[in-house]
Design a protein around this ligand. Structure first.
Ligand code: UDP
Ligand code: MG
Length: 344
């Protein structure tokens, strides 16, 4: 029997916070009065996270699954890995650091009962550092302007997806992606609700500035070619303006004579244009790099071990299923043992 609700939680070096997460998550889910499963996905943790997850699995084996990735694949790929192991009618994602209160899951379930197949969330009084909030506002606005994805708060990972949306996501094979945006493209009745947000009380954010920038490039390049168009359009405008300027100079030369002033203005303009050209090249590079990753067709993640449930991932197209089977068998020692001892 498939459960009503699957909860997916990516875990990357969250050992300190996990006991608290378990202590709040399971009672909140028990209180739903629905059948549920929790699918934890360990994203290559190097601390005791895997051991803690295994213990929790032993405590509640009937409602817990643990997918252990062999290496760190990144939050979004880890979530995609976990999706293939979910069986629930509704799938809810949530961070492991308790920034998304598990008690809010009931609200998402209620929204999906009411007919939504995609429940986005908006963090009320988001508890993050100032520069993160400012950067998010900017990126949200940029994405709204360049894609057809209508999400108010793209960074909040407490989200609900209907099985139909998850099945569609499971058929996608892109290497780099942004789960909430990808799922949105398959939603027929998306809604948004407000949820509480808490400060991270234990551990640190796993996103450095560089990782955040990369993630936002994943979002931009994965869902829009507007950045490329911006540069081709700018190129056209600059070319037309320069042509007009050269014509003006030619005429001026015939009437007034040659001019030699304004050398530094010229420098200024030239450096600005060089900067734009380099930026444009970089943007093209972001796309080309992702195309390169995609054509190599390497697996997006390696599943090291799975605890609980039937062995294979849920219904998947044949190609993906064999890909995952290959990943599982190609692996050396089971990570469950690795967890106790030292990590690489
Ligand atoms: N995470 C992950 N893999 C990563 C980075 C993060 O699975 O490479 C998980 C992490 O354990 C947490 C969630 O993704 O459950 C969100 O990460 P974090 O709280 O560090 O991000 P922030 O809240 O600062 O955006
Ligand atoms: Mg967090």
């Amino acid at each position: 029997m498939n459960p009503d609700v699957s909860v997916v939680i990516p875990v990357f070096n969250e050992q300190q916070g996990l006991p608290q997460l378990f202590a709040r998550l399971y009672p909140a889910l028990d209180a739903l009065g629905r059948s549920y499963e929790v699918v934890f996905v360990d994203d290559g943790s190097a601390d005791g996270s895997v051991a803690a997850l295994r213990e929790q699995y032993q405590r509640r084996p009937e409602v817990t699954r643990v997918v252990v990735l062999a290496r760190n694949a990144g939050q979004h790929r880890a979530i995609l890995a976990a999706f293939t192991y979910t069986r629930g009618r509704y799938v809810i994602t949530l961070d492991a650091d308790l920034q998304n209160p598990p008690e809010e899951i009931a609200k998402l379930v209620a929204a999906m009962d009411a007919g939504a197949d995609y429940v986005g969330t908006i963090r009320l009084r988001r508890q993050d550092v100032l520069w993160r909030k400012a950067a998010s506002r900017l990126m949200n606005r940029l994405r709204e302007g360049t894609t057809s994805i209508r999400i108010t708060d793209q960074g909040c990972m407490l989200r609900g997806y209907d099985r139909s949306v998850i099945d569609a996501v499971n058929r996608c094979t892109e290497v780099s992606t942004y789960v909430p945006a990808l799922a949105y493209t398959f939603a027929r009745h998306p809604v948004e609700i407000e949820v509480a947000h808490a400060e991270r009380t234990v551990g640190e954010s796993k996103y450095s500035l560089l990782r955040l920038i990369r993630l936002n490039f994943d979002l931009m390049t994965g869902f829009s070619v507007a950045p490329l168009q911006f540069f081709s359009m700018s190129g056209i405008v600059i070319a037309v303006l320069s042509l007009a300027f050269v014509a003006y100079l030619a005429i001026r030369r015939l009437i007034v004579g040659p001019e030699a002033e304004g050398v530094f203005t010229l420098f200024g303009i030239a450096f600005f244009l060089i900067g734009m050209a380099l930026l444009g090249l970089g943007v093209v590079g972001e796309y080309v790099g992702r195309i390169y990753e995609q054509v190599r067709q390497r697996p997006r993640y390696l599943v090291g071990a799975v605890l609980g449930g039937e062995t294979g991932p849920a219904e998947l197209p044949e190609r993906r299923r064999s890909e995952i089977a290959a990943e599982v068998t190609a692996l050396p020692p089971p990570p469950v043992q690795r967890a106790g001892g030292g990590q690489e």
